[in-house]
Design a protein around this ligand. Sequence first.
Ligand code: FAD
Length: 417
Amino acid sequence: MPDLFPRVAVIGGGPAGLMAADTLAARGMRVALYDAMPSVGRKFLMAGRGGLNLSHSEPRPAFVARYGERATRIAPWLERFGPEAVRAWAHALGVTTFVGSSGRVFPTDMKAAPLLRAWLHRMREAGVEFKMRHRWLGWQDDAHDRVLRFATPAGMTVIDADAVVIALGGASWPRLGSDGAWVPLLAGRGLRVAPLLPANCGFETTWSEHFRTRCAGQPLKSVALAPPASGGAAPRWRTGEFTVTDTGIEGSLVYTLCAPIRDRLLADGAAVMLLDLLPALPAERVLHEVARPRGSRSMSTHLQSRLRLGGVKAAVLRECVGPEVFANPARLAAAIKAAPLRLTGMRPVAEAISTAGGVAFEEVAADLRATRLDGVFFAGEMLDWEAPTGGYLLTACLASGRTAADGVQSWLAGRRG
Ligand SMILES: Cc1cc2nc3c(=O)[nH]c(=O)nc-3n(C[C@H](O)[C@H](O)[C@H](O)COP(=O)(O)OP(=O)(O)OC[C@H]3O[C@@H](n4cnc5c(N)ncnc54)[C@H](O)[C@@H]3O)c2cc1C
């Protein structure tokens, strides 16, 4: 007897795959979810350690702009499942959310586990089968694109699905399951995959030993960073905070500038950022205070008393400019407002919060169906987009899972009709 309900294989149990599975099961499809790990949602649970920033409450145009060059591709996903839908989804699972002072959206309890538990419970009730410890190894030679090979503890197994959603994540934090091992599998099937690169990552610089031992781990608060502008344009400053690390810098302000820094590093081998240590003060005021007579006081004491510039901020300034600058008030004032911070490398993708690169958008239709494969859809971080931290990653992953599920449903309906 033929199956009455289509069988959909979802590979990857992160937020993108889970959203696809949940949506399809709720619409009456038979869904099996495969994951290489012993349990699903490990990176989602890790995100819970930071309070689980689910989304952001800023107005939609600003929200969409966070996806940079991919904004026009991702905007339609957010039409289906945007920040408001993310909150409604959590509420439907019994988890209330709140908007923090920065506009970020979190579960009220700042935890991921209760939300994941309720979500999985709903999926099991809807009949989703969870096939753990199933590592996808690619396609069966000479078979159609929905015949999939898995390594399991019991040996190799091959399944034949009616439609497939692949949502294997990027390559950051590989111990949580997403290790990027899928890249050669897709490339071998003729799909274009942009190299996986660190996003929301730390960058390296050459701190002096003295600075490193004294300042690593300390935050630089209320500062601004800008990539150097070319062609005489004014630098585009971003204000926020970041942390000094043993090897360089990391933190939210650095993450917002990750793509331009990375591009510059890849092109030139180094990226000189401009650092404004006192963004709240105009340059003239800084010069006025620096140039005041200081009597017998040291320049350090002078900067501390006139501008409250001390501690790690004063120390980082000494890392960026030579001692001769401290002898010249005009040059010193200019350096306080735009100190050159030379970055020499990026931290490895395994340490990054997320991954840039992935399945090229030219390979997928608007509904995330792979145009060169038959009945295969992609979702989540494994597609070639990136976004800063702030809830934009999870929102787009969930939205892409919903988009792929909608695509699967229409594609299956088209085949039956
Ligand atoms: C420390 C940390 C904190 C974060 N905090 C936030 C936050 O607060 N807000 C936010 O928006 N984002 C955050 N993120 C990013 C967010 O968690 C990810 O963007 C998101 O989980 C990606 O979802 P995904 O479904 O695409 O992939 P993943 O969540 O990576 O899931 C992919 C799944 O595929 C499985 N898999 C991989 N390869 C195979 C294979 N060959 N066979 C079978 N299964 C396979 C993996 O085991 C995994 O379960 C954080 C990330 C990290 C590392």
